[in-house]
Ligand binder design. Structure first.
Ligand SMILES: Cc1cc2nc3c(=O)[nH]c(=O)nc-3n(C[C@H](O)[C@H](O)[C@H](O)COP(=O)(O)OP(=O)(O)OC[C@H]3O[C@@H](n4cnc5c(N)ncnc54)[C@H](O)[C@@H]3O)c2cc1C
Length: 315
């Protein structure tokens, strides 16, 4: 069994579902240690114990967030050497992938991104070509650095909780790291996080610039709002709402697709949703090939009616 290092970045008060997936996967591969950047809250510490983490390593320098990714990679390299890690797991976000690349250089380690599963022997499975194929690959180096796509592992606490010991590792100085000079708080929507949401209502080009009906249905259902790339590229909604091959991967219980044609790159991000409801005025639209329920109609007729009915039933 390998020593597995899991990078958790600024977990805040409670860990994200994608972090729980990393911890669950790590436990299936060997003894897991968390390399933690940021505060360790009581609830995060309790979750680490619940998920069977053997140890927590924190950077001796606490200013990693003053810079872009370089010092985080330096911290992880030091933590991997400290624990003799054979596998390092990170999330598959753009930042996670950039840290993984830098870490790979520092450790002369093979890096595999877009991972959806890992066998006990370290063989990683990747979903490629918009989810049409799954490939298996294994790093031939002493350490493998893997970034895990969200929503591919079911979070599961360990059969018995642990009492992880916390220690620090020195972060080597990083030359010429880009320093962050300003931050701006994103306005909170009050809606659930798109990748973790149980219900997603997504709109496409068929919304013709007006996401109001999508947002109203989402709020009636307590859902997150998603979008096709056509809608985000048009500037109708922010890019972080994009679902698909070059956007987010979601796997909710219910995905409502409104005015989206169902191109392969859109399907790649949502086809594992449990129930898919598609609303489209074109009966030949490819989205109906993967929909569990299809409504052939105009989104501006269907969405407000659905919202009104849901509100009525909820009282
Ligand atoms: C490398 C690459 C990566 C990509 N990554 C992504 C990605 O991550 N996510 C993504 O979504 N796309 C991605 N795309 C783009 C993708 O190929 C499609 O162009 C895009 O998904 C189309 O968006 P759409 O379905 O909203 O628009 P369209 O394909 O134009 O479809 C609009 C649909 O709305 C219907 N419609 C129109 N008006 C109404 C109405 N009033 N009521 C009901 N239905 C209506 C139409 O019948 C049509 O089916 C990528 C493309 C490439 C090449």
């Amino acid at each position: 069994m390998a020593n597995v290092l899991v990078f958790i970045d600024n977990p805040g008060a409670s860990l994200k579902k994608s972090s729980l997936e990393l911890l669950t996967l790590a436990r299936s591969l060997g003894e897991s240690t968390v390399a933690l950047n940021g505060e360790l809250s009581d609830s995060a510490a309790a979750t680490f114990a619940e998920y069977g983490v053997a140890g927590i390593l924190r950077p001796s320098a606490q200013d990693l967030d003053e810079f872009l990714v370089a010092p985080k990679a330096a911290f992880l390299a030091a933590a991997a050497e400290n624990t003799g890690a054979g596998i390092v797991l990170l999330d598959n976000s753009p930042e996670g992938k950039e840290i993984a690349a830098r870490l790979g250089v520092r450790l002369s380690a093979g890096v595999i991104t877009d991972v959806v599963a890992v066998d006990p022997d370290g063989t990683a499975h990747k979903s490629v070509l918009a989810g049409s194929y799954t490939t298996a690959c294994k790093a031939t180096t002493a350490v493998s650095v893997l970034t895990l796509k969200a929503n591919n592992v079911t979070p599961e606490p360990a059969p018995a909780a642990t009492s992880p010991a916390t220690s620090t590792v020195d972060v080597p100085a990083v030359a010429a790291a880009a320093r962050i000079t300003a931050r701006e708080q994103k306005v909170a929507s009050g809606r659930p996080d798109l990748t973790d949401a149980r219900i997603v209502v997504a709109g496409g080009r068929g919304m013709d610039g007006d996401f109001g009906p999508v947002e109203e249905l989402a709020d009636a259902l307590g859902a997150a709002v998603g979008a096709s790339r056509a809608a985000t590229d048009a500037g109708w909604i922010s890019h972080d709402a994009q679902v698909g091959q070059t956007g987010k991967t979601v796997s909710p219980q219910l995905y409502i697709s409104a005015g989206i044609s169902g191109a392969i790159q859109q399907k790649a991000g949502m086809q594992t949703s449990k129930v898919i409801v598609a609303i489209n005025k074109d009966a030949e639209s490819p989205v109906f090939e993967i929909a569990d329920f299809g409504i052939i109609g105009d989104v501006f007729d269907v969405l407000p009616q659905a919202t009104a009915e849901i509100k009525k039933r909820k009282g």
